[in-house]
Design a protein around this ligand. Structure first.
Ligand SMILES: [Zn+2]
Length: 566
């Protein structure tokens, strides 16, 4: 495949035009406005001659049962041959709460820049320098990640023009996916996987590589970064049922707050729950939510407490994490019973009463065990009511009257209505979303051109721009690349079925479709800073000039290898 030198001529202006329009679609994640970004994407391609001649190559694949009717949008260019590179970007953005008075300008980069300059002195020196140098574009989504999305769109459009003149000029197929909901539950990407599985059958595509264009962050400002995988993320929940008592009779009760505190203390920032691959380590876990089930104040201890924490993974499965969580819950339970007994003994001695131990026993179960207990006791009645409750909760969720977290804990509460043994107990499990960890490192049989892609691209960037690029195994920002391949698929499904109450009903991961489309991945994106903040910004030189050329070269390298084999 020839490396078409002039293919990207004048693309800077085109990327800017696309990006300014894309940003204007104020597609805050999990909102109806995401449809505007989807429409913008579709219109951009449908207005071009290539897609007017090939209307099937652009479209939207609806997310099943989505409350906003959102879809994964796609555009495709087919040259000759089945080898396919898939590009993906998300077109949702996070909220603009931190813009405060500048909210109205969040989606207008030029006007925003003027106001930021006016407020220049209130920003840290790094931001001031980037404002003064005028090397960065500011605005919600310009960096994370409509910038990368606009590059992908402009590059695809150029290949469409090329293929119109000469189909043989592109020895393969290019697909750009634009997905919503990445900043929320990645519903868009999980639907896009189903679309890719359908295309694989329909067009006989052979997926070679998925390229995401999330912004990269730099430790060394002189060196860019390619990511050859993406961290996994899962969210264990803990629901502790205590035993209620009046504050005057504390030893008759079991306050679940003390046990939860012990579990929080043992898990927060606990590096034993994170893993290391090479010199990369997953950041340790942190608690995202902690709340008792008490609705108003009274003089008794709360009956139950709930919480969940986030764990990032490099090479762990839900089963291995849940195993560790169970052990921590059991150890914490033992410790707290010991402490309570010590206090009780002292209290009895002081008040001259005969010594006796408290009745509490360590009891830790996963959600499936609790469910099973309710089912064994109440049979069909429970099963019917459970189904009805799930439907009710789904409706509440779709109408945004409850959150996914409340939905999960309401369901545990509901099952507890059918539990006769009300002694203190911990129920643990997983709350959506689940992002599997992926890394090319773990994939066997990669073609040499893909295995060495990041090194070859580094040679290219050094030669072309005098710019070094390093590689990391994992993009730590959590990304849609998590759904490009999966290992231990069946084991993962078993874990999720056992431990994630909402799995298969309100939340799903198309594991078999992921196995079917399985492909290596890479993140090639512009340099960006302060994602999700008011000062979110992207390096213009990367956005308009360098990143599109790196991407073009990656396409060339992946397809060229195939050309040689034939
Ligand atoms: Zn992003």
């Amino acid at each position: 495949m020839a490396d078409h030198k002039l293919l990207l001529d004048g693309i800077a202006q085109e990327i800017q035009d696309i990006l300014y329009g894309y940003v204007k679609a104020e597609s805050i994640t999990y909102s109806p406005a995401e449809k505007a970004a989807e429409q913008y994407f579709l219109r951009y391609f449908r207005d071009q001659p290539y897609w007017q001649a090939n209307p099937d190559y652009v479209g939207a694949y609806p997310i099943p049962d989505d409350p906003f009717g959102r879809a994964a949008a796609f555009a495709m260019v087919r040259g000759t041959g089945e080898d396919t590179i898939v590009f993906v970007h998300h077109n949702d953005v996070v909220t603009v709460e931190d813009f405060k008075l500048l909210k109205p300008l969040a989606f207008s980069p030029d006007e925003l820049k003027q106001e930021l300059l006016r407020l220049r002195d209130t920003f840290p020196p790094a931001v001031q320098a980037d404002l003064d140098d005028d090397t960065y574009l500011f605005g919600r989504g310009v960096c994370d990640m409509k910038g990368g999305g606009s590059i992908q769109m402009a590059v695809l459009s150029r290949y469409a023009q090329l293929v119109r003149q000469d189909p043989a000029a592109l020895p393969g197929t290019l697909i750009v996916l634009a997905v919503p909901d990445e900043e929320n539950l990645s519903a868009g990407m999980r639907a896009a996987v189903l679309l890719l599985a359908e295309f694989q059958k329909k067009y006989g595509l052979r997926y070679q590589l998925m390229i995401n264009s999330e912004p990269h962050q730099r430790k060394d400002p002189e060196k860019g970064v390619f990511s050859l995988g993406s961290v996994g993320k899962l969210m264990p929940f803990v629901y502790i049922r205590g035993s209620l008592a009046h504050v005057g009779k504390v030893f008759e009760g079991f306050n679940p707050l003390t046990l939860m505190s012990e579990i929080v203390r043992r898990t927060e920032l606990n590096l034993n729950l994170s893993d290391v691959v090479g010199t990369e380590a997953a950041p340790p876990p942190t608690w995202l939510y902690l709340r008792d089930r008490k609705i108003k104040y009274d003089v008794s201890m709360p009956l139950a407490v709930t919480g969940c924490f986030s764990i990032l993974t490099l090479n762990q499965t839900p089963a291995s994490i849940l195993h560790k969580v169970r052990a921590i819950c059991e150890e914490s339970f033992d410790t707290i019973i010991q402490q309570m007994n010590a206090s009780y003994t002292r209290f009895l001695k002081t008040t001259g009463q005969p010594l006796k131990p408290l009745p509490w026993k360590t009891n830790v179960v996963d959600f499936a065990a609790l469910y099973q207990e309710a089912k064994e006791t109440y049979g069909q009645v429970f099963l019917q009511e459970y189904e009805a409750e799930l439907k009710r909760l789904q409706q509440e969720l779709n109408q945004s009257r409850i959150t996914l977290l409340e939905c999960n804990f309401s369901l545990v509460d509901f099952v507890y209505n059918y539990i006769d043994d009300l002694s203190p107990r911990i129920v643990f499990g997983l709350i959506p979303p689940y992002y599997p960890n992926v890394a090319n490192l773990f994939l066997n049989d990669l073609p040499a051109s893909v295995r060495s892609l990041s090194q070859t691209l580094n040679q290219f960037t050094q030669a072309e721009f005098g710019q070094e690029y390093t590689s990391e195994y994992f993009y730590t920002g959590i990304s849609d690349l998590s759904y490009t391949s999966i290992s231990n698929g069946q084991e993962i499904i078993r874990s999720l079925e056992r431990s994630m109450p909402l799995f298969g009903q309100i939340y799903d991961i198309p594991v078999s479709a992921i196995e079917q489309i399985s492909m290596p991945c890479i993140n090639i994106g512009p340099w960006g800073k302060d994602f999700h903040k008011l000062t979110e910004r992207v390096l213009k030189q990367d956005l308009y000039e360098r990143t599109p050329r790196i991407i073009q070269h990656a396409i060339h390298l992946v397809f060229d290898r195939n050309g040689e084999e034939r």
